[in-house]
Design a protein around this ligand. Structure first.
Ligand SMILES: *Cc1c(COP(=O)(O)O)cnc(C)c1O
Length: 376
């Protein structure tokens, strides 16, 4: 029986092995484990990739969000607006700083923060934190206009969207992480650009903000023995920077391959059963971190694929307002109906640059077979 995983980290390593092994061995030989030169090299290359003035390597995507919120001065009593449909790491650092998340519903097609819903809850918020969910940028023009009107700052949770592109009304293109005050990236192993453990980054065009983030990630340090403010231990490891530097070289091509695979899924699954496929959004160019379809038969389809050795996933089964961790906010089912419907219906198909045409065929046939034979 064929085995097709949701993501294939072994195939990724096999492709990059020579470069990664050499880069890691060099760090080990020189024992530059903390603040090694590979970090500055990766930061310069990643800033260029994103088209931003700065990229700052940090310990994880969650650390990136924590630092960016801290650098904006978020603290006790503040409210930060986040979508109800996202991974919990978008919201947790808000609580760490003594502030509170304020959830907002999402667009029924893209699953991303809905500007119309934002308008209703933005008053009094200090920061608006949309997520480029599944690799597709949100409508940053609309969200930024609403946030700015309300006096709120905007941060991008770009954890899933390394290289995704926003085409502005005037035709110029901005990469994810280059639109708002700052973009927060995760380089968790399964992300489009993945390290060999936890890693993350922050992009910004603001020199002062960049300086504050650099200081905060390393114990508030200005020199070896001077600590200007109480900071955090959120540095990027040199070994991770070495891995990321090698994998970054093929990221544009890898993202393009993901888009081609997504296009193939979409063409071949059109009109099958009750499937709702990812929307076309020409002004928001996705890097297809997840290929998400929606169906009323989600759980049965997931079991059908699993029985055939196909790794499908659910991103994510429970919206944040219904997580026990956020019971303290007092939400009820029905508060964010679109996010709830998305959570109940979404299913992610295998997608990664090394996925072959043959494997894609197997996945497509298995999905079609479910709807043709299972009486769905
Ligand atoms: C992965 C992810 C994060 C957290 O990143 P880590 O590197 O795992 O800490 C935050 N937000 C979103 C939307 C993510 O997908």
């Amino acid at each position: 029986m064929s085995r097709i995983p949701l993501v294939d980290l072994k195939a990724s390593y096999a492709r990059h092995r020579a470069g990664i092994d050499a880069a890691m061995q060099d760090v080990i030989d020189n024992t530059r484990f903390i603040n090694g030169k590979e970090i500055a090299e990766f930061e310069a290359a990643y800033a260029e990739f994103c088209g931003t003035a700065h990229a700052i390597g940090v310990g994880s995507g969650t650390a990136a969000l924590h630092l960016a919120l801290a650098a904006l001065g978020v603290g006790p009593g503040d409210k930060v607006v986040v979508p109800a449909h996202t991974f919990i790491a978008t919201a947790e650092p808000i609580d760490w700083l003594g502030a509170q998340p304020r959830f907002v519903d999402v667009d029924p097609e893209t699953g991303a923060m809905d500007p119309a819903a934002l308008k209703l809850v933005v008053d009094g918020a200090k920061v608006v934190l949309p997520v480029h969910i599944h690799g597709r940028p949100v409508d940053m023009d609309a969200i930024t206009a609403i946030a700015t009107d309300a006096g709120a700052q905007v941060l991008e949770d770009a954890a899933q969207s390394q290289g995704a592109e926003i085409v502005r009304a005037d035709g110029t293109v901005v990469r994810a992480g280059g639109y708002a005050v700052a973009g927060c990236f995760s380089f968790f192993p399964g992300k489009n650009l993945g390290a060999f453990g936890d890693a993350g980054g922050i992009t910004t065009n603001d020199d002062e903000f960049a300086g504050r983030v650099r200081r905060l990630r390393d114990h508030g340090r200005t020199t070896k023995y001077e600590h200007l403010e109480v900071g955090y231990a959120h540095r990027l490891d040199t070994l991770q920077a070495a891995v990321l530097g090698v994998k970054l070289r093929t990221l544009d091509a890898d993202n393009q391959r993901r888009r081609e695979l997504a296009e193939a899924y979409t063409q071949r699954l059109q009109g099958v059963g009750d499937l709702r496929l990812p929307p076309q959004t020409p002004a928001q160019i996705s890097v297809v971190h997840h290929y998400v379809l929606r169906t009323a038969h989600r759980d049965a389809l997931l079991a059908h694929l699993g029985a055939r050795g196909i790794g499908a996933g659910i991103h994510y089964p429970v919206p944040l307002h219904l997580q026990p961790a956020y019971a303290y906010l007092g939400h009820r089912p029905g508060d964010f109906p679109v996010a709830e419907e998305y959570a109940n219906a979404c299913l992610s198909l295998p997608i990664y640059p090394e996925l072959t045409e043959e494997s894609l065929d197997v996945v497509v046939s298995a999905v079609r077979d479910y709807f043709e034979s299972a009486g769905a």
